[in-house]
Write a protein that binds this ligand. Structure first.
Ligand code: FAD
Length: 437
């Protein structure tokens, strides 16, 4: 029996029989074959930042913390158009699964490259972050998983299988390849990823500003802000009517020499839009490499529920969330509601599948109860057509989820093919993916 293990917020705890730390793809294959032969179950884990029991093993927890770093970078000028911006600037990085996002950003920077986007923090391991469809914000920026174009999987039968560009496909073909689209958001149920090839781009700097202002101004101007900045998100503080709106823009050759306050996007208040004079102030401004400027530090632990809503309905759903929080939960909610946008993608289980998305996340300090709050708010997010984040609190199981994902059964067929004996499953995942239903 191993030591008791707990996720980041402390809301999921378990005691695995053993914890393995493989050093190679062959080690992973040996572990899985051994488990399959003796009827035991394994689960891969990243940094343990998910708050559903997706990482809980029936027996052996497999940490990829000995498999870290960037193995190789290649530039593909001939693949013009494969980048979301449609330019000729596609580069690929083959990365090991246990690489932390902070280290990955810095290492790519040394190669003159950068990830297209990052989420709120950079504590996760890359395979763990992709496993649940981790996203940042930006109307034209997909979630992190949408940048996976190839990799190596050790399947539930212990076979080593490459896919996408690692199996010889071009970047464009890989983006359409069914196994690649299954592997982009896999919840670790197709196999254990031992390499990931990701689409990256030339390194870039960002200029970030966080404003505190009235929530009504943010709601009125959100669409205009989102159109005119690379990244925009906002936090609403339920105990007040204030919001913190954050905008980030790429520093280009044209604006690099200007003082931040004089850059085109900076003239006046955010994007030239008139902000209210009262209760408005610039809380933070910084400029630097993308991997240093996008993520925040989160010292306070919290539990979180997040739903992905159709972008067109998103602000209305947020207004309903705000109404209900004000009516019923203001006294008990110690933290904030976060709103972001994500571009569509085609991963079979992406919660941004084929739709422009607005994400609404409810955050609650771990020192305060979250269950009643989340239970009461979830119907509002579901009625708004939301799909839950795979790594955050929700109550949905396969019977509800299948209607949300047009390629649900295609994913389930891949899972069945790659892990026929369910070596990589646990009870939570069986219910989630309707295995044996
Ligand atoms: C403080 C905080 C901030 C967050 N911010 C954001 C955010 O901005 N945006 C967002 O979308 N989410 C966010 N999340 C959620 C978080 O990004 C996801 O839960 C993510 O999956 C956690 O990554 P991890 O490395 O901790 O993976 P884990 O939670 O350890 O694992 C996640 C999944 O990946 C699988 N997995 C791990 N390694 C492998 C592998 N090698 N091969 C196959 N499968 C594997 C696991 O089995 C599991 O199913 C946040 C969470 C916290 C606690």
């Amino acid at each position: 029996m191993g030591a008791t293990w707990s996720n980041w917020s402390g809301s999921v705890t378990f005691t695995p029989d053993e914890v393995a730390h493989p050093r190679s793809t062959d080690d992973v294959a040996t572990l899985i074959r051994k488990a399959a032969k003796s009827g035991r179950g394994v689960r891969p884990i990243g940094s343990g930042h998910s708050s559903t029991p997706i990482m809980v093993p029936e027996h052996t927890l497999i940490s990829l913390d000995n498999l870290t770093g960037v193995e190789e970078v290649t530039r593909h000028g001939g693949d013009g158009g494969a980048s979301p911006g449609g330019g000729d600037d596609v580069a690929l990085a083959r990365v090991l699964p246990g690489t932390g996002l902070a280290d990955l950003g810095a290492e790519l920077g040394e190669h003159g490259l950068g990830m297209e986007n990052l989420g709120d923090v950079d504590y996760q391991a890359i395979a763990g972050a992709l496993g649940t469809g981790t996203h940042g914000t930006g109307e034209n920026l997909g979630n992190l998983s949408s940048t996976l174009v190839g990799g190596t999987l050790v399947t539930g039968s212990g076979e080593t299988r490459t896919f996408g560009v690692e199996a010889g496909l071009g970047v464009r073909e890989a983006q359409e390849d069914e196994l690649t689209r299954a592997a982009q958001v896999s919840l670790g149920t197709l196999g254990i990823l031992t390499t990931l090839t990701m689409r990256v781009r030339p390194a870039y700097e960002l200029h970030r500003r966080n404003w505190i202002t009235h929530i009504d101004w943010v709601l009125e101007n959100f669409d205009a802000l989102a159109r005119s900045h690379r990244h925009v998100d906002f936090y609403w503080y339920p105990r007040s009517d204030l919001a913190q709106v954050r905008v980030l823009d790429e520093v280009t050759e044209d604006n690099a020499d200007l003082d931040p306050a004089e850059r085109p996007q900076s003239s006046g208040f955010a994007g030239g839009l008139e902000m209210p004079r009262r209760h408005t102030w610039l809380k933070k401004e910084e400029r630097g490499p993308n991997y240093a400027v996008i993520p925040n530090d989160r010292a306070l632990e919290f539990d979180e529920m997040e739903y992905m809503i159709d972008r067109r309905a998103g602000l209305d759903v947020f207004r309903q969330v705000r109404e209900r929080v004000k009516e019923r939960h203001r006294a008990n909610v110690g933290w904030r509601v976060l709103v972001r946008t994500v571009a569509p993608d085609r991963a079979l289980l992406s919660n941004c599948y084929e739709r422009d998305t607005m994400t609404i996340a409810l955050l609650q300090n771990t020192t305060l109860p979250y269950q009643d709050y989340f239970d009461d708010m979830e119907p509002v997010l579901l009625d708004g057509g939301g799909r839950p984040h795979w790594g955050k609190k929700h109550t949905r199981t396969g019977e509800h989820l299948r209607a949300m994902y047009p390629e649900w059964d295609t994913f389930r067929e891949w899972r069945e093919r790659l892990d026929p004996d369910g070596v990589l499953l646990n009870d939570y995942l069986r219910e989630l993916l309707e295995v044996g239903a």
